[in-house]
Design a protein around this ligand. Structure first.
Ligand code: FAD
Length: 302
């Protein structure tokens, strides 16, 4: 499996394949995990999930942004999504990647883009989550959060359990709404745990810490063992349901998503959409090569 994982990680970082993929719409089975390529399609998907008692966090897919014009385009699209969520009165907020808004080009330029986005969302009382990317972007992303927090309180971020410094960061940002995840990128051994067992232990530790001391916790995982542990933990510690939610990615473990919502837990689906689906899709295959089953099903049932 590690060979297959590396194979998909390498594919996810291939810019040539990424731009080729954009030209051809959703392919390779991506339509099972990406909710369309445009705003009307994603609004329709959100409505369907809302009807099942599930809220959504919407990701207008985009990466490999090295030109200011591309980052400006991404900002305009995200502003449009915020307007569409507001106009359609659906239960959804926004997840975005700082690199998509120009973090790799110029920090201040990225901040200005985010300032516009978080400012518009604040007017509609809508939350903005800064997704966390790879280690090189970790500190600059926290810097953006610090700077945005001087003006706004509708912004939060993600803590990745594979990083050695995750506990330090969760303590520092405990007064924020945080999503806690295991971590999706391939990181070196001097900054991140490599062993699945170590990552899982740290993941549980961080979740428990934020449930007890934090503002609001989004537990983002498809791991039933972690979910069952959390259910018992909140019961034992009398943590009310309005202090946390479970999150999963669109298209994954759909039955479990609806089941958790039916059981009365807050549930939020991460809904990616757009033409730039390639890197996102390859990382999902790298995390869990069995997801290829999803792909083959799509290819053969068309
Ligand atoms: P895994 O460790 O992949 O799986 C654990 C076990 O759960 C598996 O062995 C299997 O038994 C079961 N399982 C898992 N998936 C399935 C499935 N599809 N069907 C059946 N059983 C399954 N990462 C980042 O680095 N930055 C982010 O900002 C970020 N945001 C995220 C947002 C959301 C909503 C989610 C769900 C994930 C996000 N991630 C992010 C990805 C995350 O870091 C993990 O890489 C990813 O979720 C895989 O880990 P896992 O906890 O789901 O379980």
């Amino acid at each position: 499996m590690p060979i297959l994982r590396d194979f998909f990680y390498n594919l996810s970082e291939n810019q040539l394949l990424n731009s080729a993929a954009q030209k051809y719409g959703l392919r390779l089975g991506a339509q099972s995990v990406v909710a369309g390529t445009n705003i009307p399609e994603v609004i329709q998907s959100i409505k369907e999930l809302n009807a099942q008692g599930i809220s959504c966090t919407v990701d207008n897919l985009g990466e490999f942004v090295y030109e200011k014009s591309e980052a400006t385009k991404a900002k305009e699209q995200i502003l449009e999504v915020i307007e569409a969520i507001h106009e359609n009165d659906v239960d959804a907020h926004i997840s975005l990647k700082p690199s998509q808004l120009g973090l790799d080009i110029d920090y201040d330029f990225c901040y200005d883009n985010l300032d516009e986005i978080v400012g518009l969302a604040a007017r509609y009382n809508m939350h903005i989550n800064l997704d966390m990317e790879n280690y090189a972007r970790l500190q600059p992303s926290f810097d953006l959060l610090d700077q945005l927090s001087l003006k706004y309180d509708n912004v939060g971020t993600v803590i990745q359990a594979y990083f050695f410094n995750a506990k330090e960061n969760i303590e520092k940002y405990k007064n924020y709404r945080l999503r806690i995840v295991k971590g999706a990128y391939k990181e070196p051994a001097d900054v991140a745990y490599q062993d699945k067992h170590d990552i899982d232990l740290n993941f549980i530790d961080l979740i428990e810490y934020h449930l007890l001391h934090g503002k609001f916790t989004s537990i983002a995982t498809h791991d039933h063992n972690v979910i069952n542990h959390v259910k018992q933990f909140v019961k034992d510690h009398n943590i009310p349901n309005d202090k946390f939610e479970f999150q999963m990615l669109y298209g994954f473990r759909k039955e479990m998503q609806t089941e958790l919502a039916k059981e009365g837990y807050n549930f939020c689906t991460y809904v990616p959409f757009g033409n730039d689906w390639y890197g996102y899709f390859m990382r999902r295959l790298a995390e869990r090569p069995q997801n290829l089953n999803l792909v083959t099903k799509q290819v053969f049932t068309k």
